[in-house]
Design a protein around this ligand. Structure first.
Ligand SMILES: C[S@@+](CC[C@H](N)C(=O)[O-])C[C@H]1O[C@@H](n2cnc3c(N)ncnc32)[C@H](O)[C@@H]1O
Length: 213
């Protein structure tokens, strides 16, 4: 569990004018008053353990929105080489790195729970797919299940059908990792891991994973 503190000047993320990230955070760290600063909703470790119960990755992994390392630490414990970066300095990984402005993949595979608001999750998925085209790697994103059924996303899903979707039985990514800061909507959100394996197109598989193992 973490407490929020004001960022020191050197910790404030670089915002490239006109970029998707700059547009998303144009009003400041919160894209809306009820949202966590910089969309910081850390992933419970059990969600990443569930992913690893079903998937293996044959090479280094980039966690490009690592936050405080909730996903990275589980991957490291499992023996993976992990490159951890984030827009914001949380004291973990390399800070001040806007994933959407990165033009070179930093590892073969990309695994993250991206920022969601103002189209950032969509932009993360598209950008990760572009970068892994170069590496032949896998993309794994923890997403809101409801995002699969959305008029603005329909064309993206049909153009880029995931290889497999893992629906999680229980998972809540609390703001700042702190249930006491939850808003009413957050506890109702349902999560899934969405996986794209390079070169594997066809019918999307759907499986279920438990976070209680
Ligand atoms: C939902 S949180 C997840 C954090 C971490 N991936 C985890 O699972 O615990 C989203 C993270 O995205 C970071 N972020 C927001 N915009 C970003 C950007 N354009 N590039 C890189 N990181 C970004 C935030 O600072 C925050 O740490």
């Amino acid at each position: 569990m973490s407490s929020i503190r004001l960022l020191k000047p050197h910790e404030i993320p670089v915002r490239r004018p006109g970029s998707q990230t700059a547009r998303a955070f144009r009003m400041g760290p919160q894209i809306a008053p009820h949202r966590a600063a910089y969309e910081f909703y850390p992933t419970p470790p059990a969600a990443t353990r569930a992913l690893l119960s079903a998937e293996t990755f044959d090479g280094p992994i980039w966690e490009p929105a690592c936050g405080q390392g909730h996903i990275s630490k589980v991957l490291l414990q499992a023996g993976y080489h992990v490159v951890s970066t984030d827009l914001v300095a949380y004291g973990y990984g390399e800070a001040k790195l806007d994933f959407l402005a990165e033009t070179r993949p930093r590892a073969k595979h990309i695994i993250t729970n991206p920022p969601y608001g103002r189209g950032l999750a969509d932009a993360f998925a598209k950008h990760a797919l572009e970068l892994t085209r170069e590496t032949g790697g896998t993309v794994a994103m923890l997403m809101n299940l409801a995002g699969l059924c959305h008029p603005l996303r329909h064309d993206f899903w049909t153009a880029h059908p995931p290889t497999i979707i893992y629906a999680l039985d229980e998972c809540t990514c609390w703001p700042y990792g702190d249930p006491s800061r939850a808003t009413t909507g957050i506890a109702k959100q349902r999560y899934c891991w969405i996986i794209w394996k390079y070169g594997q197109s066809g019918v999307t598989a759907l499986r279920w994973l438990t976070t209680r193992a």
